[in-house]
Design a protein around this ligand. Structure first.
Ligand SMILES: C[S@@+](CC[C@H](N)C(=O)[O-])C[C@H]1O[C@@H](n2cnc3c(N)ncnc32)[C@H](O)[C@@H]1O
Length: 155
């Protein structure tokens, strides 16, 4: 549900091959412990370029959630919505009213919002720069960032 399509890199080409649910190997890859690129250049139509969104390797996702050490009633901000899968796990644990997820890419937040809604989950999915946080729904007990930053933003 959260990774209906990803891109398989090709050794001899700058273009990647889209792999979706109708293609052989899709389900095995989705259930593998590998990161999967899901978007290039913040453009849902692009099939090559700079990877800008991905589904994190599930093992890493799990370890990050364990380190986050959430407890009942915690209000959590996730920076880097991506596929929405990690947000779904947070909603499952805490309830969707205690989860805010922010991503800089509007097409990513829109798709994740739809996928979560399909499961009856309605966390606040915000489009914006996570470096500024999202004070409207704070204060947060925990913050998890699934994207890279050059320094920890003061916000
Ligand atoms: C590895 S993916 C997130 C994986 C996601 N947690 C999941 O469950 O699939 C990283 C995401 O961070 C987003 N991102 C990068 N820089 C950001 C920023 N400054 N603020 C918010 N989101 C950002 C990207 O658009 C991308 O979707």
């Amino acid at each position: 549900m959260f990774v209906p399509r990803f891109f398989r890199p090709e050794c001899d080409s700058a273009e990647a091959t889209p792999v979706s649910s109708a293609d052989p190997g899709w389900l095995d890859a989705v259930y593998s412990d590998e990161p999967l690129v899901t978007q290039f250049d913040e453009d849902p139509a692009a099939t090559g370029g700079n990877p800008t969104s991905s589904s994190t390797a599930p093992d890493l996702m799990l370890r990050m959630l364990e380190v986050l050490d959430i407890d009942d009633g915690h209000n959590v901000l996730e920076i880097g919505t991506g596929t929405g899968y990690n947000a779904a796990l947070l909603c499952h644990r805490l309830g969707d009213t205690l989860v805010t997820s922010i991503d800089v890419d509007e097409s990513v937040t829109s798709a994740a919002r739809d996928r979560l809604a399909h499961l009856g989950l309605f966390p606040a999915v915000i489009t914006g720069d996570g470096a500024a946080g999202h004070p409207d729904n704070g204060p947060y007990d925990q913050i998890i960032a699934t994207c890279a930053v050059r320094r920890i933003p003061s916000a």
